[in-house]
Design a protein around this ligand. Structure first.
Ligand code: SAM
Length: 280
């Protein structure tokens, strides 16, 4: 029953691979609403044909979110119910869904979430890393400089970290993680819930060796261990070791690498920056 004659926006979680991972309520809602706003209409059409859904669909994606958003609002204000689906998983997580939610809330239009599959949580729970406290970072910046700066901000983060990453960038991202965060434990989850699902667990260096330099295939979630304060040495001890190695003739770069690789628990870039500050 419509309280003010206006419709309601339903955020419908959809499968992240296996088309059977959809709730009964989501199927019923997708069949019942007047309009479905979909991030990837081709992908959603496959889901619809699998579950016998015939509701009219429109495209709602980053590139058209303003214009499409107004169209959705028009439907809602006219009394129609609308379901929002992202390309996969929970709408509003790493997709433009949050904008539509804000547009509705600004107009006092009701928004309801239908929970379901999500790639980040699915990867986290099978990562083998602590799940008690975690953070979701979405996609890291594409360019190396901003990506390394984003990672530097996470150097002291003790909670398990979850990232989305593209197959084309994963090798470079893992290299930056090893450099900035150190040789932490990670889990790289690929093609979750799909035929070629795989989870590669190990230290960053080991996972890098496993995947090589070639782009990895499929969709990826990377789960990274948080900083473990008790492991390794203090910054002072690491600097002392760098100075000792340098006085025995090693270059600063080699000394920093040697201390980082020896399992100081501090990343190469962190020790390098500390050493530069000390020298300067
Ligand atoms: N809204 C989605 C959710 O709730 O998980 C995420 C959308 S985001 C645009 C897409 C990213 O999620 C992909 O690039 C990938 O990093 C991750 N992803 C989605 N499906 C996945 C799967 N089956 N296996 C691994 N990662 C997946």
């Amino acid at each position: 029953m419509k309280i003010d004659g206006r419709g309601r926006l339903y955020l419908c979680a959809t499968p992240i691979g296996n088309l059977q991972d959809i709730t009964l309520r989501a199927i019923e809602t997708l069949r019942r609403v007047d309009l479905v706003a979909a991030e990837d209409t081709r992908r959603t059409r496959k889901l619809f044909s699998r579950h016998d859904i015939h509701t009219p669909m429109m495209s709602y994606r980053e590139e058209n979110r303003l214009k499409a958003g107004h169209k959705v609002i028009e439907c809602l204000e006219g009394g129609g119910d609308v379901a929002l689906v992202s390309d996969a998983g929970v709408p509003g997580i790493s997709d433009p869904g949050t904008h539509l939610v804000s547009m509705c809330l600004e107009r006092d239009i009701e928004v309801e979430a239908l929970p379901g599959p999500n790639a980040a949580l699915t990867a986290l729970v099978i990562s083998g890393l602590p799940t008690g406290r975690f953070i979701f970072e979405g996609f890291l910046p594409r360019k190396k400089g901003p990506r390394c700066r984003a990672l530097e901000e996470l150097q002291e983060e003790e909670r398990t970290m979850v990232f989305y990453e593209s197959p084309a960038r994963i090798a470079r991202t893992l290299a930056d993680i090893e450099d900035v965060l150190g040789d932490r434990r990670v889990a790289l989850a690929r093609e979750l819930t799909k035929k070629f699902e795989e989870v590669i667990r190990g230290n960053v260096s080991g996972v890098r060796e496993r995947i090589g330099e070639e782009p990895v295939r499929g969709e990826l979630v990377l789960v990274v261990e948080g900083s473990t304060g008790e492991r390794g040495v203090t910054e002072e001890e690491a600097l002392g070791e760098v100075e000792r190695l340098r006085s025995s003739g090693m270059s600063l770069k080699d000394a920093v690498s040697a201390v980082a690789v020896k399992g100081s628990g501090l990343s190469r870039s962190k020790i390098y920056n500390l050493a530069l500050k000390r020298l300067g």
